[in-house]
Structure formats: structure tokens, C-alpha cells
Ligand binder design. Sequence first.
Ligand code: ATP
Ligand code: MG
Length: 444
Amino acid sequence: MNFDFTNEETLIEQLGEPRVTSPILREPNIDPEKDFTDDTARVLVNVNPDIIQARIQQGKTPLSFEMAGPRKKIFFDASKVRCALVTCGGLCPGLNDIIRAIVLELYYRYGVKSIHGIRYGLEGFIPDCGHEVVDLTPELVANILNTGGSMLGSSRGPQDISQIVDSLERMHVGILFMIGGDGTLMAATKIAEEIGRRNLKISVVGIPKTIDNDIHLISRSFGFDTAVDIATEAIKGAHNEAEGYPNGIGLIKLMGRHSGFIAATATLARQDVNFVLIPEIDFDLEGDHGLLAALEQRLKRRKHAVIVVAEGAGQKFFGDGTNATDASGNIRLNDIGLFLRERITAHFKSRGIPISLKYIDPSYMIRSLPANANDSVFCGFLGRDAVHAAMAGKTRMLVSHWNNHFVHVPMSLTVGKRKQVSPHSKLWWTVLEATGQGRFTNSG
Ligand code: ATP
Ligand code: MG
């Protein structure tokens, strides 16, 4: 993997010199040497020894990220600082786990008592929207783990950045935690810029949310594991349906607007899938090498088939330039699931072959469910490390997971870039081996 940034660009912006002794140091049984992380602790970006060697030979230090964790000296005085927390964009399993982890860490570990929950995403900052602020306490968040969604609600749609910063000033907020996807991180960057222009000391820390696991420089994002788990159940159901009828076809549409990680990973978890279609890999329907011919062959041989399609796959079938956008400017994808259902049904009808096709779209159910055990653990780490970073006065950064460690990544390094399934990766090759599907293109 190539990375087009320098070590200087991985440095995390500080609001100022951290001069306050962390209240954690006063806890009993704390080892000042072993229980804290220094700003000098780093995690290698690339662990390939050849790449490291090559950099050293060029006189450059290997690329690395700052390690997350509690600092001995912090920037904010816990007894005075006020924090705000907002969740934006689509729902994702684990949002409540993160809210809970942030609140508990702030309250019990640092002694921060003033934590504002902003309702319904960025709308919550805008006076005209009229959403009241929720005061977040340990009691309020104690039991939110079993409910999915976000206890604060969310929204899409642009809001005036200067009004958002006005609102932060009015509330005397020192730390803003923003949990959301690429759009939220763009908004967070603009909010941090406006804060800088006004010379305010407000830390903006992001926790990247992407159920599709597609954010650049984030090796794993929360909610993905849960999504794969539940998608696997849907595949199981589709397979049972398909096997139960002659020429049964189970067609499942999964999340994955630009990246097919959920579809590919769920397929490996439940290898009943015969065909996987993801945005990164082109495919044709018609012709000797198209999907329909392959499906017909499969039905002839085995009498049933399971197809998984990621929502962003096959958008070429809808022509270009006709896509509408949602309130936040995200392109509304055409529905490849319904399209495939129609085309498959029409194909077999025209050939006089009876089929029984069951279409399953579990997307909204998956997004809104609570996190599974793995994701809950992961969210706990993310939320607590976000608190450590923010209390230390770090800003314009997000908490990421990289090479098995939690790290700080400047927002500027991730915005506008996306992680995708490489056709040459072990993941995709194993999918091809597990399904035996080959390629569905007529172009060679
Ligand atoms: P998802 O992955 O679910 O789409 P997201 O964070 O990308 O999550 P969006 O609805 O796209 O969700 O964006 C969240 C919020 O950030 C919205 O209120 C949106 O208007 C705002 N936003 C998005 N892009 C920008 C931008 N370039 N500048 C300012 N605000 C933005
Ligand atoms: Mg978005």
C-alpha cells in the first residue's frame, strides 16, 4: 500500500501546551510510568520491512501515527470544561456504545460534569430548529446499549458553520465530539477552521462512522462487525429459501455504496453464496460471460443459487448523470437489488424456465440494531481514547484503528479519500475461490 503523506502531516494539532496534571494520576494504584501514553509513542503506518528499509535508505523516518491513550499532562481543567457530543449521518450499530463510553470516561475518570448531548445531528446547533440540548449523565446513558440507533438522533443536510460555532460559544463548549461519516468529518474540519479564525480554544475530535468500513486510514470501523454478523443471518435465510424450491434464487442486497467489504466479508462468513457483486468489480448481465448465463448454468447444475449484491454495484446499468442527491449531497444510488430482481425474472420467463426468486433487503434493519459483543468492546476503546485525546487539547483529529492499535489521525489525511476492495486483494481472491463465480464480463 502506498501512502502519499509525510510524517509532518501526521502531526496532531494542539490547542496549547498541556499544563494541567491529569486527574487520572491521582487515582489509587496508578503507575505513572506504565499507565500513560506519551506523545512520542507512535505506530508504524506501513509494516512492510522493505518499505521501511527503503525510507531509511532515503534518509527519511518511517511513516507513523501518534498512539492514542491517556496523557499525564492535559490541556483542559476537568472541573471547568464543558463538552458537547453530536451524532450525524446514517445510523450505525455502536453509536450508543460510543456515547456511553465518552460520557462515562469524562464523568468518572476526569470528573467532567457538564456534557451536552446535541439532538438530531448538526440541526441541534441551530436555534431555529428548536431542538433542546440533553444533559448527558451516567444515569441517562446507563441502559442505552441494548437499544440500537442513536439516543441523540441524527440528521442530514447542510447547516451554517458560523451558526454552529456561535452555538458552541454560547454554550461555552471546550470540547466537541463528532461521531459521523465522511460528511461529518468535512463539517468537523470546517467547524475547526471557523474556531481557529475566531481564536477560540475548542477541541474538535471525530469518531469515524462508516458501516461500509470504507474510510481511508481506518483499518476497522465500528458497526462493521455487527453488519457482517446480521448480513450472515440474511444469507442463511436466503439460502434456506433458495434450497426449498426448484430453481430457487435468494437475492440479498447489502450495504456498500462505494466499497463491497460487507458483501465480501459476509460471503466468507457464510459460504452459501454463489455470486457476489460489489461496486469495485465490473460485471455484465447479458452475453455468454454475463451473470444471467452463469446463473442459468448454476441452476441447471444445482437447482438453487444465492446472490449477494452491494448497493453500489452495477450502477452503470442506470446510465450516468441522472442520480439525485440527498439533503447532505450524497448521491442517491439507483436500486440495483430491485433491478436485478426484475432482470433475472424477465430472463428466465423469456426462456420458459420457472424460478422462485426471494428478494431480501436487510439494510435498514442492520443499521439500526445494537452493536454485537465485538463492536461494543471496540466502541468502548474508541470513545475512551477520544476523551483522552480531547482532554489533552488535541484537535482536528479523529481516533482510528491502525495496525492493531488505536491512533490519532489528522482529519485532513482522511477527508475525500476512500478505502475499497482491491480486485487483487486476499479478500477478493478468497471470495472468488469460495464462490467459484469467476468474472462476468464479456470484454475479456
Ligand atoms: P453517512 O456515512 O451516513 O452518510 P455522513 O457523516 O457522511 O454519514 P452526511 O449526512 O453526509 O452523513 O453528513 C453529515 C452532516 O455533515 C450533514 O448535516 C451534512 O450536511 C454535513 N456535511 C456534509 N458534507 C459537508 C461539507 N462538505 N461541509 C459542511 N458540512 C457538510
Ligand atoms: Mg455521507
